[in-house]
Each structure stands twice: as structure tokens, then as C-alpha cells.
Design a protein around this ligand. Structure first.
Ligand code: HEM
Length: 460
């Protein structure tokens, strides 16, 4: 490791290969690499990917420094180039004034009062899925695919005022492909230009046609209807530049809609999927949660006012996102050299934060691998530093949809758990696949059985 006697030194880290550094391990098993590096070298470690330095910060003080206190020094890392192929310059990937303007514009659509009105739509889409499941019980379903379809439908309905259920399958396949493509694009040492007609580029273009077609339909349908509406889409369409008075370009509009469609459903679907997996392995917690749901809701659909009365449901989701955070890592690039917890971060270095690894830090989480939703009871949460749990990121670039997602996940979990028990085979395994989000590799088949004591009153 480089040592500069004049100032702070680089963080320690695994030596790795002379040429490639830790690149091979990062390709093979990035979570394993990060877990081992922090266990062996401490809370700030330096990895090396070829010539690039990657400083992993795995302590709440360092995380707060990077995301909040010195946030101005950090922009999204080069790894977001892959996502840009799909999302363009939307809220998730843009920087500077363009980002600030768009964030200000979109923020009111996610205000608590605004999203409160979505609870009924979320409940009715969940009820429709339950009715479908009820019509062919008991069976094995790919729960990941089902959760993706449901959250996709909810985003379409609540934020864009459109029923996109018919497109769910095609979009799901296209999305699965482009996420892998974006990942490979970032990881490849030799970047093949996307315009070259290689088989993979051709398949990527085809998938993008599907996704762009969906976005175009969302926008066209609203314009054709002549209806203004008061949802996110209405805000995007009505936005005018403060100085020029110009509306968003078609490209900007496309990038924002694509960003919300994709960022707004896959993450929540993954959170729910991992929750079903964990509950299947912890029937005691599942039973306690069901008792709470039965007592508070009976057969009613949940409203926003019910959610604070369902603490076990909320804590189960919190704990599930601790163990399987859908955004398992996110990264920044340092604009200028910085010092994080006494260690040097060189200019242009990538700074990584991994909720997956941080959420298992043994100094802050007792018995970290154990599924224990009671960790999130308020008295225990108060004993932990805030920045040791960040499923939704933090600072200025924090997730705009955090409250939306939390409300949606609670409604879906409560309504489905009330009607069904989801089981796995005794020897069934699942492999977390850390791409842009943490998905179960190959989906998650589960056996879905209706609870005998809980028929669906309004299933028809
Ligand atoms: C459980 C569900 C979700 C999780 C775990 C999650 C996680 C995250 C995280 C960690 C970030 C910050 C990334 C970074 O700092 O680099 C983020 C940003 C973002 N999320 Fe979410 N998210 C979820 C749901 C949603 C939903 C429902 C929406 C929209 C409907 C959404 C839209 C966005 C957008 C637009 C950004 C970029 C914000 C900005 O940079 O200004 N997310 N999300």
C-alpha cells in the first residue's frame, strides 16, 4: 500500500493480483470480497480494480461524512454509466443543476400527503393478485415474478395513471436482460461500443425497444386523453424551465419516466421477495405477524391509518431489508482528495458503501446473521447510530420513493400474509445475485397455500 508521510495514508486492504488487483474476486463474488476485506482490514478498506482505487467505507461515521457532511465532494461513480445506457439522464443518474431541478420538480409527487392517497390503489391491486392466486390454489408460483408484476402495476397506476399490467411479462424479461447487460458493460475491461451489431448488442437494442415502447405509451396515452391529472406524470408534463419557460424535452421526459418505472418497482419487489423467503424459514415470526394483521384488519383492506398499528409488519420488512438490502451497494467518485475516518481518499477514487456489508457489522448488530425483526423496536433502534442502516441511502441523493415503497410493502405484505402461507421445499436454496439490485438468481419458486380460516370475502 502507498504510504505518504506528509498526510493521511491510504486505507489498508487485500493485496490481490499484481496487475488486476482485486478485480477477479470482485467479478466472482463482490459481496464475499467486501465482507472479507472489512473483516480483515477494518472499517475503511482500499480495494484495487486494475488501476482504479475503490475505497469501501463500512462505518456509520464514514458513511455520514461521504453522504452528508462532505456530499458536495462526491458524484455518482463511473459504474452508473451502465445504468445510463438504460435510464439516460434521469433523477437517479444525473448530476449538478440538472439533477437539482428535476429533484425539486418530482419531490411534491412523493410527499407524504400525496402518497397517502395511493394506499387504496395499492390495496386494490394486491387484492386483484390475491384473487388470481385464489382461483388456482394450491400451487407453486415464482414469487419474485409475481412481486415484480404487482409492484410494476402499482407504479403504473399511482404515478402515471395507467394500467400497464398487460406489459408486465415483456417488460420483466426486457428489464432482466438490460440489467445484466448494464452490469457486464461496467465490468468489461474492453468496452465494445453498443452500436456494433454483436448478438448481445442486438438483444440489448431489442429489449430497449420494449422498454421505450412502454414509456412512449405512458406519455402518449396521457397526451391523447387531454386529461391533466395531478400525479407525477402531470408534474413532469407541466414543468417549465424557470428562466427559459421551456417544457422538458422529449428525451428528458423519457429518461425521467423510465427511471421511475424501473427504480420504482424492482427494488420493492426484491424487498418483498426476500421477506417471503425469510418468513418461510421463521414460522414463529410469521404467526406473530399474522395474529397482528388479523386483530388490526380483520377482513378490511388496510388504509394508511392502519399502518402504525401493524408494527410487526413494519419490523419484518425493516429486518428483511437489513439482511437483503435491494440496493446492496452504491458508489460515488471523489471530485477532490478527501480524508475519511483518518484515511486518504485520492481524487477520482471510487467510494463504495454496501448496505449489505454494513448491515452485518458485528460492532453494531448483535448476532448479525440472525433474522430478528425486534431489532427495530424503537428502544433498540435508539441504541444504534442512524447511519448504520441505510436501505434507502442517505443525504441529498436519498431515495425519493422511500415512503412510497415502505407503505406499499406493508400493504402488500399484510394483505397477502392474511390470505396465504408461502412455503419453500426443505432443501431449497436461493442465491442472491448482486447486479444493480439484489435479486434471487433464477427467481423464487414457492408453494402458495390459502389459509383455510381466511377465505377471500371480496375475491369475486
Ligand atoms: C424497497 C424499495 C426501494 C429501495 C431499497 C430503494 C433504494 C434506493 C437507494 C439506496 C437509492 C440511493 C442510491 C444512491 O445513493 O446512489 C435510491 C434512489 C432513488 N430511488 Fe429508490 N428505492 C426503493 C424504492 C423506490 C421507489 C418506489 C421509487 C419511485 C417510485 C424510487 C425511486 C428512486 C429514485 C428516483 C432515486 C434517485 C434519487 C436521486 O438521486 O435524487 N425508489 N433508491
Amino acid at each position: 500500500m502507498m504510504h505518504d508521510s506528509q498526510g493521511p495514508r491510504l486505507p489498508p486492504g487485500p493485496r490481490g493480483n499484481f496487475m488486476l488487483g482485486n478485480l477477479l474476486e470482485a467479478w466472482r463474488d463482490p459481496i464475499g470480497l467486501m465482507t472479507q476485506a472489512t473483516a480483515e482490514h477494518g472499517d475503511v478498506v482500499c480495494l484495487r480494480f486494475g488501476p482504479m482505487r475503490y475505497v469501501l467505507v463500512n462505518h456509520p461515521d464514514g458513511v455520514r461524512h461521504v453522504l452528508v457532511e462532505n456530499a458536495k465532494n462526491y458524484v455518482k461513480s463511473k459504474n452508473y454509466q451502465g445504468l445510463k445506457l438504460v435510464l439516460g439522464e434521469g433523477l437517479l443518474t444525473s448530476e449538478g443543476d440538472a439533477w437539482k431541478r428535476q429533484r425539486k420538480l418530482a419531490q411534491p409527487a412523493f410527499h407524504r400527503d400525496r402518497i397517502a392517497a395511493f394506499a387504496a390503489a395499492m390495496a386494490s391491486d394486491t387484492e386483484a393478485m390475491c384473487a388470481e392466486w385464489m382461483s388456482h390454489p394450491p400451487s407453486t408460483l415464482d414469487v419474485h415474478a409475481e412481486m415484480m408484476r404487482l409492484t410494476f402495476r402499482i407504479v403504473g397506476r399511482t404515478l402515471f395513471g395507467i394500467d400497464i399490467d398487460g406489459e408486465a411479462r415483456a417488460v420483466g424479461q426486457a428489464l432482466g436482460f438490460v440489467v445484466r447487460f448494464a452490469n457486464d458493460y461496467v465490468e468489461s475491461l474492453v468496452r465494445i461500443p453498443t452500436w456494433l451489431p454483436t448478438p448481445s448488442n442486438i438483444a440489448f437494442k431489442r429489449a430497449m425497444v420494449t422498454l421505450d415502447g412502454l414509456v412512449a405509451r405512458i406519455v402518449e396515452e396521457r397526451r391523447r386523453s387531454g386529461r391533466l391529472g395531478d400525479d407525477l406524470l402531470a408534474m413532469l408534463l407541466a414543468a417549465r424551465d424557470e428562466t427559459t419557460g421551456a417544457a422538458m424535452t422529449e428525451r428528458q421526459l423519457r429518461d425521467e419516466v423510465m427511471t421511475i418505472v424501473l427504480a420504482g418497482h424492482e427494488t420493492t419487489a426484491n424487498a418483498l421477495t426476500w421477506t417471503w423467503w425469510l418468513l418461510a424459514h421463521h414460522p414463529d415470526v410469521a404467526a406473530r405477524m399474522r395474529a397482528e394483521i388479523d386483530a388490526v384488519l380483520g377482513d378490511r383492506a388496510p388504509t394508511l391509518a392502519d399502518l402504525p398499528r401493524l408494527p410487526t409488519v413494519a419490523h419484518v420488512l425493516d429486518e428483511s431489508m437489513r439482511l437483503y438490502p435491494p440496493a446492496w451497494a452504491f458508489e460515488r467518485r471523489a471530485l477532490a482528495a478527501d480524508t475519511v475516518m483518518g484515511y486518504a481518499v485520492p481524487r477520482d477514487a471510487t467510494v463504495g458503501i454496501s448496505p449489505y456489508v454494513l448491515h452485518r457489522h458485528p460492532a453494531f448488530w448483535e448476532d448479525p446473521e440472525r433474522f430478528d425483526p425486534d431489532r427495530f423496536a424503537s428502544e433498540r433502534t435508539a441504541q444504534r447510530p442512524k447511519w448504520v442502516y441505510l436501505p434507502f441511502g442517505g443525504g441529498p441523493r436519498t431515495c425519493i420513493g422511500a415512503s412510497f415503497a415502505a407503505m406499499e410493502a406493508q400493504i402488500v405484505l399484510a394483505m397477502v400474509a392474511r390470505r396465504f402461507v408461502l412455503d419453500v421445499q426443505p432443501a431449497q436454496t436461493v442465491v442472491p445475485e448482486p447486479l444493480v439490485t439484489l435479486r434471487p438468481r433464477g427467481g423464487l419458486p414457492m408453494r402458495v397455500t390459502a389459509r383455510r380460516d381466511r377465505a377471500l370475502p371480496s375475491a369475486a
